[in-house]
Structure formats: structure tokens, C-alpha cells
Design a protein around this ligand. Structure first.
Ligand SMILES: [Zn+2]
Length: 259
């Protein structure tokens, strides 16, 4: 595999196991009632828990409370202070318009960062509070002070977006519809080792409109968008994805978490 931009490691969204999902949804609604999905229509059709619970589990968003998001950050594998400072600086870029701040702690943190050979990922928003305290909530495979600066913008800021409760932009219907299904399955199989089912779940399944967290239209330059090479799209044009938090991302963060 060539090491060009198009085959760079992409984020693998991290979700809780199926046994945890309903509990996590109730937890998220308790932290921020705005996370609650519109279940009234569903309740008219059925009051059966077997139908309602999966619906709530999937559609509940995972935002923090609206005001004053203060999260502590623990580095689990003792990186040097320059790297800790650099990572925290990129995480706090979200505080430009959002009322959010990440502060390092030397005891147990709410956000826990490791650099294991397990790719790039973060659990989503309030889900991080349900992770075993000796497990990381965010993984930044192999990040060191020698990592290219552009990767700090592309990866650390993206994973921090997940920690703030933001899902992937590219999973919006308008973007998914631009992808060639078979080429996309083959590409992520070859570059990420994902099965067909995993590619369908991670890349080819649009978010339901009612669970959208993001801006009211697709934003292919959002930091929360994958970089999709042109070889995967029907038009042959790449979806450039986000390389930094863009003005719409900042604006949206400010709407969710106003100062
Ligand atoms: Zn991601």
C-alpha cells in the first residue's frame, strides 16, 4: 500500500457494545435533555420495550450539557510534556467559539488518551463517562512530536469533535449517495481491513435525519468529514474532507455550547 494522502489512516468511529447502548442513551438524556429523540410517534405505534429501547439507543445524541463543558484529560502512556501540551492545544481549538475547555489532570481524567496500535478513534460525547477507567476513551495511534503538524489538525481535532458528541459528516445521505458502493467496500477492505458489513455501517449508512447533530446541510469540508478519494465517488471527484475545524464547525460548536 502506498503511503500517500489517500491511504492515510482514517478514523474508526467507536461505539459502545449493544448491552450498554440503552443505558448510555438514558445517561446522555440525563446530562442534556436535548439529547432525547422524538419518541412520541413511536409510542403511538407501540409501547413495547423491545421496540422502543433500540430506537432510543440509536437515535439519542450524546452532547454534553449546553453550558460550560469542562473536561479533564489524562494521558495514559506518559508522553513528554511538549506532546501533551501540543495535543491539548489542538483539543482546545474547539473553544474558539464553543464554551468548551480541556484541562490536563494527573489523576483519572474524563477524557483518557492512549497511543496504542489500534488506529484513530474516540467514543462519542457523554459515552466516554461509561468507559472502564483503565481504558482510553481516545486513541491516537503512534502520535509523537515527529508526527506531521497537519495530522494534529486533521486527526486530534477530529477525534476531539467525537468527544464533544459530533458524529461523522460524511455519513449524511447527500454524501453517501456520491459513493460507488462496490469500490468503497473494496477500498476500506484493503486499507482498513473492514468487512463489507463494517464498511456499510461505518461509511455507507446515512444518519437518520432525526439524529443529525450537525449543520442543517452537508459540509464536505467539515473536520468531521472523512477524506474520500475520487476513485470512490460516482463523479470521480474526491470528497476533500476536513483538514481543520472550519468556520461552520466553529459556528456549530458555538451553537451547541454557547459562551
Ligand atoms: Zn471519526
Amino acid at each position: 500500500m502506498s503511503a500517500d494522502e489517500e491511504t492515510e489512516l482514517v478514523c474508526t468511529p467507536k461505539g459502545l457494545g449493544s448491552d450498554m447502548r440503552f443505558k448510555a442513551a438514558i445517561h446522555a438524556i440525563k446530562i442534556n435533555p436535548l439529547n432525547r429523540p422524538p419518541v412520541e410517534r413511536m409510542l403511538k405505534i407501540s409501547s413495547s420495550e423491545g421496540l422502543i429501547h433500540p430506537y432510543i439507543s440509536v437515535l439519542t445524541t450524546k452532547r454534553w450539557r449546553t453550558n460550560d463543558v469542562r473536561l479533564s484529560v489524562q494521558f495514559m502512556d506518559n508522553p513528554d510534556s511538549a506532546l501533551r501540551k501540543r495535543i491539548l492545544g489542538h483539543m482546545n481549538a474547539w473553544g474558539d467559539q464553543g464554551n468548551v475547555a480541556f484541562t490536563e489532570t494527573h489523576s483519572q481524567g474524563q477524557v483518557r488518551i492512549a497511543r496504542e496500535p489500534d488506529g484513530y478513534w474516540s467514543y462519542l460525547g457523554t459515552d466516554i463517562l461509561l468507559i472502564d477507567p483503565d481504558q482510553q476513551t481516545m486513541n491516537l495511534q503512534g502520535f509523537t512530536m515527529n508526527t506531521r503538524d497537519s495530522e494534529f489538525y486533521r486527526v486530534v481535532r477530529h477525534e476531539t469533535g467525537h468527544t464533544l458528541g459530533m458524529p461523522h459528516e460524511h455519513m449524511r445521505r447527500e454524501l453517501v449517495e456520491q459513493l460507488d458502493v462496490e469500490k468503497t467496500v473494496a477500498y476500506f477492505g484493503a486499507t482498513q481491513g473492514w468487512t463489507r458489513e463494517e464498511v456499510v455501517a461505518q461509511v455507507l449508512t446515512p444518519l437518520e435525519e432525526s439524529s443529525l447533530f450537525g449543520t442543517p446541510y452537508e459540509d464536505a469540508q467539515s473536520i468531521m468529514c472523512y477524506q474520500i478519494p475520487g476513485q470512490l465517488t460516482k463523479t470521480g471527484r474526491p470528497i476533500p474532507g476536513g483538514v481543520d475545524i472550519n468556520p461552520l464547525d466553529h459556528q456549530f460548536c458555538g451553537m451547541c455550547y454557547p459562551k
